[in-house]
Write a protein that binds this ligand. Structure first.
Ligand code: FCB
Length: 441
């Protein structure tokens, strides 16, 4: 049985839901520019309007309240509060998150504030972005601003969401901004993101001594596409970039062996101590195993591969393997020795309302049942798992896939912005309710 104070939550991120891209002094992020380049995003979608959460956050809080969730993980859009990335803050942008946080607290929902879910201010990109070592200072100043402003009401702070995804996709595979395929740039970015994490942890703690700080890592088994030795080596390399490049230096104080030599040119004396700052918990995002194949011509020596057709897959082609999730939780808990929170898990699909206007999503319900049951198995096997957040509260802008892939518990009808809780939202509400009622007669 899970502990009574187990946290059941939902997650979102700023660029994926807020919209209001030009409202009240928000500056452009790298995603605003990247999404507007034809061919980058399916269907030419952008986050300009998204779920218009910036204006509809009250309704979204009410949806969460009705579902009974105990916690909400959102991210602050750096360019909304610092339009130039540094320098003068934007009071109107800061005030938006005041309203959001106050609304959450009034609804009895704990805010989990993530500082970075990929929407870097464009102004900083123009100064080199994550390739410029100075960014650790810019990030720490931003963290100070946010912690100072909200630290009286927010205790849970997240330094980064999935640093390995935005670094690998942005600098190694050219699927996200800044759209590069350059091994040196990737290695530089990895190290600077890690330095920013360490500086951010210190900045938050200085402002908010009672803060509980963590970083969120995506952890999924990296599998070879075939049983060739070349593909096995490719999968090990992908594992190092995807699962280890950030948590190992941050928590254990060293880079994974396969990457240490590659990153060394960017490491200065004292850096690993700057990175390995004490954190309070470990965030895991997990969806499905990932696949790699050897590719001697690729800058990193391997290529990303789709899940093979002979495995069980979700409607958007991701492998279904709840046992892998169980094993990841056990392994992460053992390796890093920190309380673990699953900060994202969920299923993508392309559903639409039926003729009664309802959204039946039995595949998502099955997914959530199987994965929460795997989580219980991990807990029973000794993993110190303390919370679970579904990705996502709402359908939203799913990066390169635009609005086509829907991950929400709540359906968003984009033309009208109407929200319709799906069958999975009702299922999740029942699960949370029955957990709360456990032992209460
Ligand atoms: C994760 C991201 C999140 C969302 C889900 C489906 O990698 O953190 O923003 O796109 O995948």
């Amino acid at each position: 049985m899970l502990p009574r104070d187990f946290v059941w939550g939902v997650s979102t991120s700023s660029y994926q839901i807020e919209g209001a891209a030009q409202a009240d002094g928000r500056g452009p992020s790298i995603w605003d520019l990247y999404a507007k380049v034809p061919g980058h995003i399916a269907n030419g979608d952008t986050g300009d309007v998204a779920c218009d959460h910036y204006h509809r956050y009250r309704e979204d809080i009410a949806l969460m309240h009705r579902m009974g969730v105990g916690a909400y993980r959102f991210s602050v859009a750096w360019p909304r509060v610092l339009p130039q990335g540094r320098g003068a803050p934007n009071e109107a942008g800061l005030a938006f998150y005041d309203r959001l946080i106050d609304g959450l607290l009034a609804a009895g929902i704990e805010p989990w504030l993530c500082l970075y879910h990929w929407d870097l201010p464009q102004a900083l990109q123009e100064e080199g972005g994550w390739q410029n070592r100075e960014i650790a200072h810019w990030y720490a100043d931003y963290a100070t601003l946010v912690a100072k402003r909200y630290g009286d009401r927010v205790r849970r702070f997240v330094t980064f969401n999935e640093p390995s995804v935005f670094s690998l996709f942005g600098y190694g595979l050219a699927w996200h901004p800044p759209g590069m395929k350059d091994a040196a740039a990737l290695h530089q970015a990895i190290h600077h993101i890690n330095l920013a994490h360490g500086a951010g942890v210190d900045a938050i703690r200085t402002e908010v001594p009672r803060a509980l700080v963590g970083c969120i890592h995506n952890v999924q088994p990296s599998r070879p596409l075939t049983d060739s030795t070349e593909d096995a080596a490719a999968a090990e390399l992908l594992d190092a970039y995807w699962n280890r490049a950030f948590p190992e230096p941050q928590v254990l104080g060293h880079y994974p062996e396969l990457l240490a030599k590659r990153i060394e040119p960017y490491v200065q004396a004292g850096d690993l101590e700057r990175i390995q700052r004490p954190v309070d918990w470990f965030g895991v995002n997990h969806y499905s195993p990932i696949f790699a194949r050897a590719d001697a011509a690729a800058p990193l020596g391997f290529a990303w591969a789709d899940a093979p057709a002979n495995v069980r897959r979700s409607p958007i082609g991701w492998q279904l393997d709840p046992e892998a999730f169980r094993d990841v939780l056990i392994e992460v808990s053992r390796r890093y020795g920190l309380p673990v929170y699953v900060t994202e898990n969920g299923a993508g699909a392309n559903e639409a309302p039926d003729q009664n206007g309802q959204i039946l999503d039995p595949e998502r319900v099955d997914y959530l049942k199987a994965y929460t049951s795997a989580l219980r198995d991990a807990f029973a096997a000794g993993a110190d798992v303390r919370g679970y957040f579904v990705w996502a509260l709402l359908d939203n802008f799913e990066w390169g896939a635009g609005y086509a892939n829907r991950f929400g518990l709540v359906y968003v009808d984009y033309p009208t912005q109407r929200r319709i809780p799906k069958e999975s939202a009702h299922w999740y509400a029942r699960l949370i309710h029955s957990e709360a009622m456990r032992g209460v007669s």
